[in-house]
Write a protein that binds this ligand. Structure first.
Ligand SMILES: Cc1cc2nc3c(=O)[nH]c(=O)nc-3n(C[C@H](O)[C@H](O)[C@H](O)COP(=O)(O)OP(=O)(O)OC[C@H]3O[C@@H](n4cnc5c(N)ncnc54)[C@H](O)[C@@H]3O)c2cc1C
Length: 343
């Protein structure tokens, strides 16, 4: 018993779930605990836009059926926040002040929505779309053929936008700085892709800035947006899609190197020898670019979960830091992106 590893995985998204699966395959005697702030077992976030086109409930979004976790002897602590990591004593502190010890730790806590500073004062009027519960309440708030306004227009938002338009909703994207994030699109290419979005039925406004967001008047849509040219746009729901902010407040003071994410080498090991990181929370050293960078998208995140599990159990695998992440136009005249490929 003395040599039994206790692997603790913070986060049950794609990276955490994939890691737990491989940890169990490679170390059948170990203890595995997943800790997740979410209330549900792991769900497929990439499918959330489908909430507008079907009567599916949360069970249809589960990555694994509930019995999988019993069969695999993976303990899942749901609705449980990690508030601090103490690498010296190999201890996590949970929000309700319960300590949890680990022998090897994987940080797979992903990222939350980022709201630019200029819009932060309006954040209570901007809905969230990160969990099943949030997606469901957006779906309930949006009337049939209603109007969704998206601030930013990153690739997560544009995925939802195309799905909404296909289902008869109206979508307006306002913003320039985060449009197509995390793709880096040159100015001359950008105009071409904006035109493609317009042809797809998504209204894109890159020429204006937001002055204010207010509640709608009685008998009007729920929100009104005042632009810097005094134009007013009514919206039923407003969402912010301005990229992701890594969720790692619990790492403050832990002594592990952090920039915007947890810094790891291509083997996904952090500067602490017992801590690895995978998914949207980590910045991986890219020898080609001579800098730490994020690698987004289902394929990357899933692969990171696998590689972290392999290396936590004694292997020495590296993530491929050279990637082709180009935004493209399809033959049918829509935009497409490697970030949208999963399955
Ligand atoms: C609606 C939606 C659609 C998306 N579509 C795409 C897409 O098409 N393409 C794409 O590339 N990306 C998409 N993304 C982004 C996508 O979520 C990520 O690329 C990927 O799922 C990240 O996986 P992850 O495992 O790193 O983290 P996440 O899936 O974000 O999971 C993080 C987990 O950590 C938990 N957690 C965080 N902090 C704590 C804490 N302090 N204590 C305990 N638990 C904690 C959370 O509860 C969660 O379970 C989408 C995201 C959303 C919300």
């Amino acid at each position: 018993m003395a040599n039994t590893e206790h692997y603790v995985v913070i986060g049950n998204g794609v990276a955490g779930s994939e890691a737990a699966r491989h940890l169990r395959q490679r170390d059948s005697d170990s203890r595995i605990t997943m800790v997740s702030a979410g209330k549900l077992l792991s769900i497929n976030r990439y499918e959330l836009p489908k909430i507008f086109s079907s009567s599916a409930d949360w069970r249809d979004f589960l990555l694994h059926p509930p019995e999988y976790y019993d069969e695999q002897k993976i303990s899942v602590r749901r609705n449980t926040w990690v508030s601090h990591v103490d690498p010296t004593n190999k201890l996590l502190m949970l929000h309700h002040r319960e300590p949890l010890s680990y022998s090897k730790l994987l940080i797979a806590s992903g990222g939350g929505r980022y709201i630019p500073e200029s819009l932060n004062q309006f954040k209570n009027l901007i809905a969230k779309f990160g969990t099943y519960e949030e997606a469901k309440s957006v779906c309930d708030a949006l009337p049939r053929r209603g109007h969704m306004v998206m601030l930013g227009g990153d690739m997560i938002g544009l995925d939802l936008a195309r799905s909404l338009v296909r289902n008869g909703y109206k979508v307006t994207v306002i913003g320039e700085d985060h449009l197509f994030w995390p793709h880096r699109v040159e100015a001359e290419q950008r105009q071409k892709f904006v035109a493609v979005l317009q042809d797809m039925g998504i209204c894109v406004r890159t020429d204006v800035a937001i002055t204010s967001i207010q509640r709608g008047d009685r008998n009007r849509p729920d929100r009104r947006i005042i632009l810097d040219n005094n134009e007013v746009i009514d919206a039923d729901v407003i969402l912010s899609f301005c990229g992701l902010m890594p969720s790692l407040a619990f790492m403050a003071g832990a002594g592990v190197d952090i920039e915007r994410g947890v810094l790891v080498n291509p083997q996904l090991r952090s500067t602490d020898k017992n801590i690895w990181a995978a998914g949207d929370v980590c910045q991986i050293w890219s020898p080609e670019e001579n800098q730490y960078r994020f690698y987004y998208g289902w394929k990357n995140v899933k692969k990171m979960g696998r590689i972290a599990a392999f290396n936590m159990t004694g292997a020495d695998e590296s993530i491929d830091t050279v990637q082709n992440e180009k935004l493209v136009t399809t033959k049918s005249g829509e935009i497409d992106s490697p970030f949208w490929q999963y399955g």
